[in-house]
Design a binder for this molecule. Structure first.
Ligand SMILES: Cc1cc2nc3c(=O)[nH]c(=O)nc-3n(C[C@H](O)[C@H](O)[C@H](O)COP(=O)(O)OP(=O)(O)OC[C@H]3O[C@@H](n4cnc5c(N)ncnc54)[C@H](O)[C@@H]3O)c2cc1C
Ligand SMILES: *[C@@H]1O[C@H](CO)[C@@H](O)[C@H](O)[C@H]1NC(C)=O
Ligand SMILES: *[C@@H]1O[C@H](CO)[C@@H](O)[C@H](O)[C@H]1NC(C)=O
Length: 551
């Protein structure tokens, strides 16, 4: 008996050593899997479902884009084939006197293991991926076209289905292999956000399975509390099983342009000018990024033109410092407009003050433009550089603080070894309904900047900074952000006081909605905002005052 225990211990120990070498543990051995009591398992097995529950080999459901910490494989994975499957499991878990919790998982594109670990039951949403286009809308939408996509549908498929009717959603993310439910639980931002708001501002209706296991339809006017709290709600209030998304007439083609600046103040003035212009005179997409003044790095000036040989060192103005800035815009057109396009674009660029010799253009289809990151993905995958750790950090910076942010962060911390793009572009708050759960800067000004540090931890053979120093840089940036009243986007925090500060004026409502829609605290617990404990009643008073339930 004793020797068997020793044997188990040694195996477990070896497993741990191996796991720490691998940094991220996807081992499916029992020691790395969340436990589930035989009673709970039996109960779950007795449920009548159309899809299936698996208890073994659940490793694939623990994958996470960030690869920043060890992940415990879930105890149970639900592959639903109907909304009822999800409702049945959630309802049953809510009733159990147990610590079991449930989290929806899209593609695990998060960087803080938000869709796994302590959740025990992971719902693989991608098995619910139906898409229906209503090209003439319906009476509720006043004839405005919409697409109805299930929570696990990928945005790239939503786009393809819509394009068959020459229609397309208006607001996007930079990358389309993300799920509808996953991005709507955050915000969904990109270069269209300045005009149409984030993806969450383009939803007409949702179907949600709440934490009580009820299937609820909600719109901005019907069950509106649930509607707004779920959008940007980090999976805390319900599982999005269906979303109706507004469509517009799809552009055929786009002219895609990048223009280089050496001076931040000029870059900023032009970006803000562009997002404030009248719709008829404005570009359709406005982003920008920080460029390191060096050809031979990932985010160096060689990455600015569409064909690398179009720029050479001799073209970089001698006044340029170590950091430059690139504006990125598009103008949609149809082949019939092609004749006038040069003149139209010329007049739109006229008021801007970029370096005229450092303007680059390309023409492509609307689909290829929106799907641009996927092309990069294919290249990186072939070189083994896609599934690597991603210590990403996304920040919303108030416009009044962006100059300081440039001084303290871009100009000081961005070095030749940054190893990833740094996006920076402004948006207008008026497109973000105050009732949405997503936290944005609370200062009264209308404009804030989206800043994304999308660093890659390259394999050691490539050299470059260690993962821990990259994570330290992120902490440094967050400390700089605090007095600037920034908000983290795609946030992850470990303790409740930081979550409380994150949600700020929205915290109290957030807690109240948690009590209303997930009173047993069973949804997306690895966000570490609320936690379920056996036998403990949800205490709104304790939580609202920032006391942790975890101790
Ligand atoms: C290469 C890449 C590029 C990206 N570019 C952008 C960008 O340009 N703009 C942007 O805004 N974001 C971007 N993201 C981030 C992306 O929006 C988030 O990762 C988001 O979480 C979507 O990922 P997912 O669908 O895999 O969801 P997951 O990461 O699996 O889930 C995220 C969270 O939402 C919850 N959740 C998932 N599905 C549901 C559901 N149906 N109902 C309720 N809760 C759910 C999960 O429990 C989890 O807490 C990018 C990510 C990657 C990897
Ligand atoms: C475990 O799951 C993966 C995919 O999720 C599959 O490829 C593999 O064959 C499975 N292994 C076993 C032993 O079932
Ligand atoms: C923000 O949008 C609102 C509403 O469209 C508009 O009135 C305002 O001028 C915009 N603010 C700026 C600074 O562009």
């Amino acid at each position: 008996m004793a020797s068997r225990i020793w044997a188990h211990l040694i195996v477990a120990l070896l497993g741990c050593i191996l796991a720490s070498c691998l940094r991220v543990c996807y081992s499916d051995s029992d020691s790395r899997r969340s436990p589930i009591s035989p009673g709970d398992r039996k109960y779950l097995e007795s449920l009548s479902l159309q899809g299936k529950l698996t208890f073994e080999n659940t490793t694939a459901s623990a994958k996470d884009w960030g690869q920043l910490r060890r992940v415990t494989a879930p105890a149970v994975v639900l592959h639903p084939t109907s909304v009822d499957d999800i409702a049945t499991v959630v309802r049953s878990v809510a009733r159990l006197e147990s610590e079991l919790t449930v989290a929806a998982r899209g593609l695990g594109s998060s960087t803080g293991s938000q869709s796994q670990a302590r959740n025990r039951i992971v719902v693989e949403m991608t098995s619910l991926n139906g898409i229906m286009v209503a090209p003439s809308g319906d009476s509720a939408s006043n004839g405005v076209p919409f697409v109805e996509a299930m929570g696990g549908a990928l945005w790239v498929d939503v786009l393809k289905a819509s394009l068959e009717h020459r229609l397309a959603p208006r607001s996007w993310t930079d990358y389309l292999y993300l799920t509808v439910g996953g991005t709507l639980s955050n915000a969904g931002v990109s270069g269209q956000t300045f005009r149409h708001g984030p993806e969450v501002s383009n939803v007409l209706q949702l179907e949600v399975v709440t934490g009580k296991g009820e299937v609820v339809q909600c719109t901005p006017t019907e069950n509106s509390e649930l509607f707004f709290t779920v959008l940007g709600g980090l999976g805390q209030f319900g599982i999005i099983t269906k979303a109706r998304i507004l469509l517009e007439k799809a552009p055929q083609r786009v002219r895609w342009m990048r223009a280089l600046y050496t001076d931040f103040a000029t870059f900023k003035r032009d970006q803000e000018l562009l997002i404030g212009s009248a719709v008829t005179k404005s570009f359709d997409y406005v982003e920008g990024f920080v460029v390191v003044n060096n050809e031979n790095v990932i985010n160096g000036w060689g990455s600015v033109p569409f064909v690398r040989s179009e720029v050479s060192e001799a073209m970089i103005p001698s006044s340029a410092g170590p950091i430059m800035y690139c504006l990125e815009v598009t103008k949609a057109y149809s082949t019939a407009d092609l004749q006038k396009l040069d003149d139209v674009v010329e007049s739109m660029l006229a008021p801007l003050s970029f370096h005229r010799e450092l303007l680059f253009k390309t023409d492509t289809t609307y689909f290829k433009f929106l799907d641009r990151v996927h092309e990069l993905e294919t290249q990186l995958r072939s070189r083994g550089l896609w599934e690597i750790p991603h210590p990403w950090l996304n920040i919303f910076v108030p416009a009044s603080a962006i100059d300081r942010f440039d001084m303290l962060v871009f100009k000081r911390l961005v070095t030749h070894e940054f190893n990833g793009p740094i996006l920076v572009y402004p948006v207008n708050k008026s497109q973000w309904d105050k009732r949405l759960s997503v936290a944005i800067p609370e200062s009264p000004e209308e404009i804030f900047y989206i800043v994304a540090f999308l660093r890659n931890k390259l394999p050691d053979a490539h050299g470059g900074p260690s993962l821990s120093s990259m994570l330290e840089d992120n902490e440094k940036i967050l400390r700089i952000c605090e007095p600037l009243q920034c908000k983290q986007y795609l946030p992850h925090y470990q303790d409740r006081s930081r979550w409380k500060r994150h949600f700020g004026i929205k915290w109290e409502t957030f807690v109240q909605n948690k009590q209303a829609f997930d009173p047993n605290v069973i949804l997306s617990s690895s966000q570490n905002i609320f936690s379920r404990r056996r036998g403990s009643k949800f205490s709104i008073a304790n939580i609202a005052h920032g006391q942790s339930q975890d101790e």
